[in-house]
Design a protein around this ligand. Sequence first.
Ligand SMILES: NC(=O)c1ccc[n+]([C@@H]2O[C@H](COP(=O)([O-])OP(=O)(O)OC[C@H]3O[C@@H](n4cnc5c(N)ncnc54)[C@H](O)[C@@H]3O)[C@@H](O)[C@H]2O)c1
Length: 458
Amino acid sequence: MKFKKNILCIGAGYVGGPTMAMIAYKCPRYRITVVDVNPTRIAEWNSDDLPIYEPGLGEIVKATRGKNLFFSTDIEGGIRDNDIIFVSVNTPTKTFGAGAGMAADLQYWEKTARQILQYSQSSKIVIEKSTLPVKTALAMERILNYTKSSLSFDVLSNPEFLAEGSAMTDLENPDRILIGCQDTKSGLAAREALVEIYANWVPREKIITSNIWSSELSKIVSNAFLAQRISSINAISALCEKTDADITEVAKAVGMDSRIGSKYLNASVGFGGSCFKKDILNLVYLCRHYSLHDVADYWESVVRINQYQQERFVLNMLTAMFNTLAGKKICLFGFAFKANTGDTRESPAICITRRLLEEKAEIIITDPKALKNAKADLAGVDGKVSFIEDPYKAAEGCHAIAILTEWDLYRNLDFQKIYDNMTKPASIFDGRNIIDHKRCFDIGFNVYPTGKPALTQS
Ligand SMILES: NC(=O)c1ccc[n+]([C@@H]2O[C@H](COP(=O)([O-])OP(=O)(O)OC[C@H]3O[C@@H](n4cnc5c(N)ncnc54)[C@H](O)[C@@H]3O)[C@@H](O)[C@H]2O)c1
């Protein structure tokens, strides 16, 4: 079969895999190839055991793989044979040199640019899918157009706004698709080629365009705003605990104001995931670079409050459990940074586990999808940690349960059965406010919600 377009994606991660699977699914006449430097990841994409968990992803990959969706390690061939190239490689926080701990590490991104230049035999449209600091497209264009070859490269910015855990529905029904381009004849033509792809299933009015720098910046700012809402409500949850106000009631009253809205107002142990912290730090770094120190301080405080919320959670546990956790068994319900994903990158559970281990507690971790990643995150850590998939078995003999991920599974457990098999007094620290606190209190638990009065026996 002759395909209408041949599309390559470099980077088969949480963004590249699901995004390309959706394009393949919605555009059967396009041939999509996803390449990666990591052969294990590619082998997993070609197996029944996909490297990431997302509801609905397995079905879409099954419907398209081998027909118009292909996973491969042949980066050179991929670049040679495709004229539209998405780049969705990782852009983590830099851990070394200038900007360490703040700036984006662009080494993978730059390496990709150089590979595209090296292997291209025809002109290309290169699309930034990765989240990048504003003005990165400029650097990419300079690398790609460095040699005076007859080939031309147009760089577009097309940031991805999917949320892990709902990636497939977000991709199928996005709030918007943003495409930034240079205001040149070829830039505008490249933009039209990309609009044409999305228009296969996204209504035209949701495909918006902007200048390339606005597009790059909008992605980072979106994440900063979302994280800021979480830190705002978490900051207020601390005040609620001191004043007997109830954060759920406050959030409801505040969120019903149509100027504010109700989303992202759930108090919790804090945000995690590979993006929020990294993107805010990147924003802070950019602001400092342009000497906007007050602006930088403002955004940095969002990350500070997130850290504070995790520390506060552990301190609350310590205080509630008679100021010593040494030798006590604590069961963590959930290790993923949010429900419906196995991703544990920057999960609050990592910091909380480490802090509890410092207090010499024994930790038992349960999670329906994230135990493999949890084991990797905690490899070599000092202290007693075990991993048990069944939450009932995991909680057996424990002094306390800490709910760290809002998996639906935990809402409907038989807490009487769990209580009966725990060491008494048994406590539950609900870091997500997802269980029925009154019911658990009536069973006999001491219950410590987030941002609400504790329910303690006598
Ligand atoms: N995870 C999310 O929810 C999310 C959402 C929106 C945007 N983003 C952004 O998308 C980008 C990718 O994120 P991710 O979560 O998919 O990362 P990831 O780490 O899951 O995947 C990146 C992949 O790129 C591969 N890679 C790195 N260098 C390569 C090279 N030179 N050639 C080929 N492959 C290479 C890695 O092996 C890895 O498999 C990041 O910039 C991130 O900020 C992520």
